[in-house]
Design a protein around this ligand. Structure first.
Ligand code: KG4
Ligand code: ZN
Length: 348
């Protein structure tokens, strides 16, 4: 089966073609993977501007889909189905991908399937090529991006258990807002990570908010407030480059420690020894290195997909779509965008 996946929930316009025999959890051949990122459009505003995102999706969706088909060396008629993210995300942005996918599926007379964006991220281990020992089910997934901080247990395809999520800011937002307070650009994650290099992680003791230690919820708004008051108090000091590095390193460390604590607690709590980290924040070097060490000590194997599969892409949506279509699932023409589709809805 060959399936086209379309993703436009936030600020990436993406399409990809995957091929597989339809066995859930089985091997997937990535035929193409095209992503048009909008970072430069939103950079001057310090965050994603929904209306600008929708407009850019409208401009880019057709070129991106056409390129994905061309790179795969196929025509639209060769498709066995079309999969599309229908939520959660920005409603205007979602509608662009959804309308395109619906029109294509109707025109071709092939099946359409709507996919939850978070299920898409859970597919990233199956898209990795050249790694014989790529991770399979079961695993705990730590999904960390600009919009999400979520822990799930995936026993198999479609067998997910919700463990916890942030009660306020997503971890990517904590990076982005923190960067703004430090006078850095957008996206804030790579900027803070860059400034933190050469900084002392113990210079400022920022709070590690763990809420109820037996649960898997997160909260980052207190940390953000703590940075704000620190910046106000320390204005003079922050003129020194070394002091700025120390503050960035300490702030990043508080985030990283919190993520590691909760992710490993989730592994322990579920008795699972495989951990997937997906989403843009998964690119963070300090998180990767420190989590790797901590996980190894506990006998947990961690998988960080390569960056292009870790951030939003069409391949992950196509894979979830392929496996759902192979099971006989279909969405009908009234499929609509679900901007606030709770992740708990895809969990049992
Ligand atoms: O998954 P993603 O590309 O887009 C969505 O939010 O869906 O994640 C973007 C987020 C941004 O908040 C960005 O600051 C953060 O990922 N990010 C990082 C790093 N690279 C990107 N955060 C920390 N360290 C990084 N190296
Ligand atoms: Zn995402």
């Amino acid at each position: 089966m060959r399936v086209l996946g379309v993703e436009s929930s936030c600020d990436e316009t993406a399409a990809a073609v995957v091929e597989g025999d339809g066995t859930p959890g089985g091997k997937i051949l990535l035929r193409s993977n095209v992503v048009h990122a909008q970072v430069s459009i939103h950079a001057e505003y310090g965050g994603v501007v929904p209306e600008l995102a929708s407009r850019a999706h409208i401009q880019n969706i057709h070129p991106v889909v056409t390129q994905a088909l061309a790179d795969a060396g196929i025509t639209p008629q060769d498709l066995d189905g079309v999969a599309v993210t229908c939520g959660p995300g920005l409603v205007g942005a979602l509608l662009v991908g959804l309308s395109t996918a619906k029109g294509l599926a109707m025109g071709l007379g092939c099946p359409l399937i709507g996919i939850h964006h978070m299920e898409g991220h859970l597919m990233s281990p199956f898209l990795q090529t050249g790694d014989e020992a790529a991770m399979g089910f079961p695993f705990v997934a730590l999904l960390v991006s600009g919009g999400h901080t979520t822990l799930l247990h995936a026993a198999g395809f479609g067998q997910y258990r919700f463990l916890g999520q942030t009660r306020d800011d997503a971890v990517g937002e904590a990076f982005d807002k923190g960067a703004r307070m430090l006078g850095l650009g957008y996206p804030g994650g790579p900027q803070i990570a860059g400034l933190a290099r050469g900084g002392d992680v113990a210079a400022v003791r920022f709070p590690r908010v763990l809420l109820d230690k037996t649960r898997f919820d997160f909260s980052f708004s207190g940390l953000k407030t703590s940075l704000r008051s620190h910046v106000l108090k320390d204005e003079e000091n922050l003129r020194s480059e070394q002091r700025r590095r120390d503050v960035a390193a300490s702030y990043q460390e508080a985030i990283v420690d919190t993520l590691i604590f909760k992710a490993l607690a989730a592994c322990r709590g579920t008795g699972c020894q495989q951990l997937l980290v997906a989403g843009g924040v998964g690119a963070n070097r300090r998180l990767r290195d420190k989590l790797q060490v901590a996980a190894t000590k506990e006998g947990v194997r961690v998988s960080f997909p390569p960056l292009d599969l870790c951030t939003d892409n069409g391949a992950m949506i196509a894979t979830a779509g392929l496996w759902r279509l192979a099971r006989g699932e279909r969405s009908d023409r009234v499929l609509n965008a679900r901007p606030r589709w709770p992740v708990a809805d895809i969990c049992s």
